[in-house]
Design a binder for this molecule. Sequence first.
Ligand SMILES: [Mn+2]
Length: 194
Amino acid sequence: MKTAMRVSGGQDRAHVFTRAGALVAVVADGSGATAVGGAAADLVLEAVKKAPAGSDWAALLAEIDARLVREGSGAQTTAVIMAIAGGRITGASVGDSGAWIIDGDSVIDLTAAQQRKPLLGSGHARPVAFTAEVAEGRALLASDGLLKYAAQRFVAEAASGPSLDGCADSLLALPRLRSGQLPDDVAVILISLA
Ligand SMILES: [Mn+2]
């Protein structure tokens, strides 16, 4: 499976890797003071990298929530994890980062049932798992810097071009203001499912 990833900076993080035949993708958007929020997002990435490919992702997010509380920095973060293996998608999320399946005009928000608050690090996060069959099209993981500031149909259109890298560039450009500034940091991973 081909992938493309873009991260504008700040406290947003993204990582995608393959292990034991599974593709695993994760986006985290840290909250609070930059260094602290970024560290919380980094912790999510490190935990996902260490987890077995077939992990219970919601349970892993609950563990991360507890671990952030134990560390006592006050750091909080969103997280969305997606694993693709054997024709199935499994994942889990907390916060307002999202995961979509885009196939032409059809958009399925796998994270529609997620709990936007409280975040990981609150000690009260409620991770919600999702599953789907792999079909045609593309999977998108993104922080709210994209999903909150660009209309769904424009995101779907930008994600559907012929070149995955071109699509990732287009997605990063979507929320950009006329001044050239981004209203929020953006992390995006695009995965070709075909
Ligand atoms: Mn954000």
